[in-house]
Design a protein around this ligand. Structure first.
Ligand SMILES: CCCCCCCCCCC/C=C/C(=O)SCCNC(=O)CCNC(=O)[C@H](O)C(C)(C)COP(=O)(O)OP(=O)(O)OC[C@H]1O[C@@H](n2cnc3c(N)ncnc32)[C@H](O)[C@@H]1OP(=O)(O)O
Ligand SMILES: NC(=O)C1=CN([C@@H]2O[C@H](COP(=O)(O)OP(=O)(O)OC[C@H]3O[C@@H](n4cnc5c(N)ncnc54)[C@H](OP(=O)(O)O)[C@@H]3O)[C@@H](O)[C@H]2O)C=CC1
Length: 289
């Protein structure tokens, strides 16, 4: 990571092991790089083994340590086996970044039971299963920190009803787990990204590109966020700087929910230090410039 400049001090996570689900792309990949650059050994979990392997090679090429554990987080036996495999490989689990997730955009009336359950299992059940396996297999006896990635869909979001419902559930799970697991020195928090220019945005269909580009006009800070800006929030919550923070949901959204339509957002603000994040995806959906 020769040109990468982290906001955190070198060695902050030396000796620690952190699981990052969805570590093969986007916010998960960026977070895995951030944590590895700070000394963590990173366990990369996701469905597509090729994506995980690419990120593992990137991290190890920069002198970090990572290993891949392909799985579908919706499958309980696979989750339990993967967490056991992480422990067999690295011997401990200090942190979990419950980041794997996603959805298809569709109005409520076009979502059938199978589609609803596919998204709820991806964004709620899967995160619960991974957190529970980490807690039972390691953190209950040794402590740890969990960060659940949800989404800034407060008050509902058209086309995202299934995902918004699941994310609301994940926020509540975060709050309950923070209480139940506090006695075991396990902190549980959530990060709610707003509209982030991640590689994930390229997974939406082409006809949505103009909508996605236009979202910046509804963000008081005048732009979409960067993967690295979400990774920094996650890293903070995992770190000792957040030792007395548990049960909270940290918004990373440029104040999007505070936008008032009668008051203009900042116009087309550039990301302040885009060039400081050479590893960040620059999704083609945003176009050049
Ligand atoms: C309309 C206006 C909306 C404006 C919104 C603008 C954009 C705002 C962005 C909001 C912020 C969030 C951003 C992100 O999350 S970025 C991350 C993006 N990454 C992803 O979303 C990951 C890709 N998605 C998926 O992998 C899948 O969606 C899923 C998570 C569900 C994976 O599940 P699975 O692989 O099991 O799913 P399948 O593809 O097999 O489908 C299962 C069933 O789901 C139903 N389905 C699927 N697609 C649709 C559709 N387009 N419409 C309706 N129903 C759908 C269907 O029942 C599928 O079963 P069948 O294939 O048998 O029919
Ligand atoms: N970008 C944005 O604006 C926002 C993103 N988010 C959330 O942030 C998280 C990261 O998204 P982002 O980086 O943008 O998008 P990506 O699509 O790049 O990342 C999603 C990751 O989740 C993994 N994943 C999805 N389903 C499963 C599953 N069932 N089992 C295991 N892994 C799975 C994917 O791996 P694979 O392809 O191998 O399945 C992929 O690496 C997601 O939860 C997303 O919904 C929330 C709000 C806004």
């Amino acid at each position: 990571m020769s040109s990468y400049r982290s906001a955190f001090r070198p060695g902050l996570f030396d000796g620690q092991v952190v699981i990052v689900t969805g570590g093969g792309s986007g916010i998960g990949r960026c977070t895995a790089h951030e944590l590895a650059s700070l000394g963590a050994k990173v366990a990369l979990l996701g469905r597509n083994p090729d994506k995980l392997e690419t990120v593992r090679a990137e991290i190890e090429g920069e002198g970090g340590e990572a290993a891949c554990f392909p799985l579908d987080i919706r499958e309980e036996p696979a989750v339990e086996a993967a967490v056991a495999a992480v422990l067999a490989r690295f011997g401990r689990i200090d942190g979990l970044v419950n980041n794997a997730g996603g959805q298809f955009p569709a109005p409520l009336a076009a979502i059938n039971q199978k589609g609803w359950e596919a998204v709820v299992r991806t964004n709620l059940t899967g995160g619960f299963l991974v957190a529970r396996a980490c807690f039972i297999q390691w953190m209950a006896d040794h402590g740890g920190s969990i960060v659940n990635i949800v989404a800034d869909m407060w008050n509902g979001m058209p086309g995202m009803g299934h995902s918004g419902a699941a994310r609301a559930g994940m926020v509540n799970f975060t709050e309950t787990a923070a209480f139940e697991w506090a006695g075991c020195a396990v902190r549980v928090n959530a990060v709610a990204p707003g509209w982030i220019a991640s590689s994930g945005m390229d997974r939406y269909p082409p006809h949505m590109r103009d909508i996605i580009r236009g979202l910046a006009e509804h963000v008081p800070l005048g732009r979409l966020g960067l993967e690295a800006e979400v990774a920094a929030a996650i890293t903070f919550l995992l770190s000792p700087a957040a030792a007395f923070i548990s049960g909270t949901t940290l918004r990373v959204d440029g104040a999007a929910p505070n936008f008032k339509p009668h008051w203009p957002a900042a116009k087309g603000k550039p990301a302040p230090e885009w060039d400081a994040f050479p590893l960040a995806s620059k999704p083609s959906v945003l176009g050049e410039g």
